[in-house]
Design a protein around this ligand. Sequence first.
Ligand SMILES: Cc1cc2nc3c(=O)[nH]c(=O)nc-3n(C[C@H](O)[C@H](O)[C@H](O)COP(=O)(O)OP(=O)(O)OC[C@H]3O[C@@H](n4cnc5c(N)ncnc54)[C@H](O)[C@@H]3O)c2cc1C
Length: 514
Amino acid sequence: MSHTRRDFIRYVVAGSIASGCPIDQALLAEPGSAAAGPLVEGEHFNVCHQVRDGHSFPKPEATKKADVIIVGGGVAGLSAAYFLKGKDWLLLEKEDHFGGNAYQEEYEGHIFGTGSAYGYRGDHGDMLAKEIGLNLPLINMPDPIIDNGKYAPDIWRTGINDLPYSKNVIASFKKYRDNIMKIDVQKNAAQLDSEPFTKYLAGYAPEITKLWDAYGPSNWGAFSEDTSALIGITDSQNLIQGQDDQRVILPGGLGCITQKLVEVLKPRHGERMLRDATVVAVVPDKDEVRVTYVQGEKITTVAAKVVLMCTAKYITARLVAGLPNEQKQAMRRMRYTPYPMVNIIFDKPIYRKGYDNWCPGKTFTDFIVADWTIRNNPGYKPKYNILTFYTPLRETERAILLNEEDCKTLAAKVLKDFQGLMPEFNVDPVEVRLYRRGHPMFMAVPEQFTKNRMIASQPMERVFFGNSDSGGPESLTSEAVRISHAGVEWANLVLAGKPGAAELAHKALTEALL
Ligand SMILES: Cc1cc2nc3c(=O)[nH]c(=O)nc-3n(C[C@H](O)[C@H](O)[C@H](O)COP(=O)(O)OP(=O)(O)OC[C@H]3O[C@@H](n4cnc5c(N)ncnc54)[C@H](O)[C@@H]3O)c2cc1C
């Protein structure tokens, strides 16, 4: 029996969804809620309910103290640690690495992203990157589309006449473009945020909805029918006006910022940065907050003057005791998309024609070229061509991530779909990697931005609620950084016993980008 090279492609499944952490194993939504996926294993819910009810783990007396405890070492937690400068802080991260959803990996020295892709020149992430010594180059290319076996270099501007569709469909794209630009989003924000995006897609060619059903899940975790019209229309206008010209990144996506933050923080503060430390309870009192975490076999409680919660709200709601009921409900109402990422590694040049390439109707929504912004650097001679595939799932498909074989099948479908896009793509890679994440991106559903977020993210007296899901209107690394900056200012006021902390936090929430 002869073996083709195809038989030997290595499939690697990574990511923590099924490993080690009691919180992670409880990743499914509350049973019975709108967002609940299928019941996978009852055991997982048992652990989940114990954590949620706050009595599954013993809470020993506090044996350590810190002025500020940061829960979660994604970009929000790491940037909070950075902004705290010389303060007495302790950062607790459940994974064996920092970075959360902005995390880079490498293959034989070639760096690629496993989540967050790019930022914008001058946004809060870019400013922080600059401050810590990272210069993020411009992407300098609009997004191509590949559909019906054809490539078109730009969707909304110069390339609109070359879209791989019929004349009538192209005319419909133009009509959509003209009509959507007439909507005043600032003036009508509240109303638009209460409506589904599909209302504004009705009457146009179905190819337009098909495109947003790729763009939406990839960027804000929701298909058109679940998307707030405010977000869909704002992003449409931004693309049509060419805001994407300001996009910046390095290989590794925004994982390059978390990687650099760790490099900057570790030499001086390494002992304050605990990995494999899963927080299981955060109990605020009048004068302190007791934070209990599990590290290996050991359970420890630390007493803090203030706590910055940099975990997503579906976790936060289960950890923090004494939340007002309305706030807890608002946190639980938030919906998160299951979102694996697939990296396909070729040992020959396959594709370097565009940075972020949209492929409506496929297993993946888009793929990016990992080394795009450094490809023309003098002396750069890559051995591998690494393509990163964005593969958001529907909430009902979350269980795929709990089974390694199902993950490999999904990764194989991504490869097959890519190989079928254009004849020249039908090449076998050396490796296919899938990074699974159960709830990494909050969904920009109606009323999340203008209403639910505002209730979910109100600070308590000694607990601040950070994470990018306190910002918006979609899940953005720059928002995680901005909110953390505010969280640190808030902490400084509370620590100094000065007034104005609540007002400062409120201002930070209302200043979220549109
Ligand atoms: C596929 C994908 C693509 C994206 N693309 C972009 C993009 O192009 N541009 C952009 O700006 N944004 C993008 N985003 C969004 C961006 O990645 C996130 O908004 C950002 O990384 C969130 O950072 P965070 O620190 O707020 O939260 P997280 O990254 O969720 O960090 C939270 C941390 O808390 C830890 N944690 C959880 N529970 C506990 C516990 N009990 N105890 C201790 N630690 C705990 C987690 O392990 C994690 O490290 C993308 C997201 C995804 C998933």
